[in-house]
Design a protein around this ligand. Structure first.
Ligand SMILES: C[S@@+](CC[C@H](N)C(=O)[O-])C[C@H]1O[C@@H](n2cnc3c(N)ncnc32)[C@H](O)[C@@H]1O
Length: 198
C-alpha cells in the first residue's frame, strides 16, 4: 500500500480513535496504569522524548503533564489536528506532521524514543528501528509498546525482541496482561520492549 493510502486509512481512524479506554485514557484508573507503566520505563523527567506515531497525542500529553519534553510525529493530518488540539497551550510538547519511517527530528537529541502501536505498521520494521535509534543520545532508551492482536495485526513479542537484538541492543520484555491497562481483560499478546543504547 502506498504512503497516501496508508495516511488515508489512519485519517479515517482519527475521529473515533480515542474511544477505546487505552487510546483516549479518559478513565482515571486506565490513565493511572499507563502513567505508572511509562514512568517506570522512561528516564525521569524532564527527559526529552520522541513520541513517534503519536496519534491523537494522548501519551504526549500524559508525559508533558509529568514534566517531560515531548516531540510527537504523525503522518496523518487528522491525527495531528487532534493531537495539536489536545496539546494546545502545553509548552513542553510539539507535534510535527511527518513520516515516522524517516523521522523529521534531530539525530542524537533524545533521551527516549517512545512508540506505542507503531512499529508493526512500518514498511520495514528493522529499518525503522535503526532510524529511531539514530535519534537517541548515548545511553538513551528505546520504549516500544506493541502487540499481536486478535485482529491479526501486529508483531509478536518474539519478533520485536529479535528486531531489537538485531539492532545490537539488549531487549527487556514486559508482558502487558494487566486488565487495568486496557480497561478490561485481554486474550491476545500485548507487551513492552525496552533497551538502552551504548
Ligand atoms: C495505533 S495508532 C497509535 C497512536 C499512538 N501512538 C497511541 O498509542 O495512542 C498508530 C499511529 O501511527 C501513525 N502512523 C502509522 N504509520 C506512520 C508513519 N509511517 N509515520 C507517522 N505516523 C504513522 C498513525 O497515523 C496512527 O496515528
Amino acid at each position: 500500500m502506498d504512503l497516501g493510502a496508508r495516511i488515508a486509512e489512519w485519517d479515517a481512524e482519527a475521529p473515533a480513535y480515542d474511544e477505546p479506554a487505552d487510546h483516549g485514557l479518559t478513565d482515571r484508573a486506565v490513565r493511572s496504569a499507563w502513567r505508572t507503566l511509562l514512568l517506570g520505563a522512561l528516564p525521569p523527567a524532564p527527559a526529552r522524548v520522541a513520541d513517534l506515531g503519536c496519534g491523537t497525542g494522548t501519551l504526549s500529553l500524559l508525559l508533558a503533564e509529568e514534566g517531560y519534553r515531548v516531540d510527537g510525529v504523525d503522518f496523518s493530518p487528522a491525527m495531528v489536528e487532534r493531537a495539536r488540539a489536545k496539546l494546545a497551550g502545553v509548552e513542553r510538547a510539539t507535534v510535527t506532521e511527518g513520516d515516522a519511517y524517516e523521522p523529521p527530528l534531530p539525530a542524537s537529541s533524545y533521551d527516549a524514543v517512545l512508540c506505542r502501536h507503531v512499529l508493526w505498521a512500518m514498511p520495514d520494521p528493522a529499518t525503522a528501528l535503526a532510524r529511531w535509534l539514530d535519534l537517541l543520545r548515548p545511553g538513551g532508551r528505546l520504549v516500544l509498546v506493541e502487540g499481536a492482536w486478535s485482529t491479526g495485526a501486529g508483531l509478536t513479542a518474539a519478533a520485536t525482541v529479535d528486531l531489537v537484538a538485531g539492532a545490537g541492543l539488549e531487549p527487556s520484555l514486559t508482558l502487558l496482561d494487566d486488565p487495568a491497562l486496557w480497561g478490561g481483560p485481554t486474550t491476545d499478546e500485548r507487551y513492552l520492549v525496552s533497551a538502552v543504547t551504548g
